[in-house]
Ligand binder design. Sequence first.
Ligand code: ATP
Length: 367
Amino acid sequence: QKNIGILTSGGDAQGMNPCVRAVVRMAIARNCRPFFIYEGYQGLVDGGAKIKEAGWTDVSGFLALGGTMIGTARCKAFRELEGRRTGVLNLIKNGIDALVVIGGDGSLTGADRLRAEWPEHVRALEKAGLITKENAEKYRTLMIVGMVGSIDNDLASTDMTIGACSSLERICESVDAILSTALSHQRAFVVEVMGRHCGWLALNAAISTGADYLFIPEAPPSKDDWEASMCKTLKASRDAGKRTSLVIVAEGAIDRHLNPIKAEYIKDILSTRLGYDTRVTILGHVQRGGAPAHFDRFLGTMQGAEAIEAILRAKPDTPSLVIGMLENKITTQPLKEAIELTGQVAQAIESKDFARAISLRSAAFSK
Ligand code: ATP
């Protein structure tokens, strides 16, 4: 029997609640004791009432709820060794010997660090007289399983992150609404969508809403005078009878010199060069909100159940794992590899090696 802590960390994402529900219920079904850790790593550092055993009915209704009912936070203290050591003490005090973390790449990097440092923390806590020798022996290792809860779909270990599909739904609904007013007034709209350094949301939103032009970080315009080619494309469709123009720009979009491409700048180009009545809509946090789409309920549930199985299968030397989904199958991979690969993609983009960034992402997808 294991005592399993569960926390959600970083930016909230639809589908986190279904995932928490699955972890809690699968843990109970497999004769383990699940513990909520409220407010992400902040709850781990604070301890006390922020760590509480979870019962079957505590997660009733979670499938249909957006955000995360157990709270999330960005925790500065957990970035420091001392903060992580306090977290270790709180886990041991509560008898927790496995941890499930649902969050983005930052949260999973923090989880990986915690696992790597764990023996050192235990030794230091024993030396300081904060835990007994028996506990130091009993809690020699902590199994950690991560799941990627992020609307950005930016982790290399999975085809889809929990929340990305719901966020895309929200974007499509919003753009559809914008298009009906654009159509009436023959307006152009520049819509900025989230995704940080990943263009997945923007690309899929552009395909799904029939955008005329798209900017994503992975494929910066190949020429310096991209403004002219954008205007030419938009004008051609207006000349062919289209009443609206829609440009989607990812928040991390860049030109080939790595300068950001901003929605306001695109608007100025369309207004001045083409004379279009152009508006900017930055969708913002609405993209994180609302009920999870079917797919995120499914993904969170399947991955949450697998997280418990992975914990029960683990041997003391099993590395921390990340649960993902590749080619429609739920997968389990070493957490470290997933984080390293994601870091390599980010580095490739930073050094303008876009071909490498794309090939690293597709290599991860085809694994
Ligand atoms: P999102 O993709 O939505 O931003 P994220 O998990 O990447 O989610 P972050 O703010 O990067 O969000 O990380 C969440 C928390 O994880 C941080 O506030 C911090 O407590 C912890 N964390 C992040 N990076 C590290 C790190 N390198 N070492 C230790 N802890 C970290």
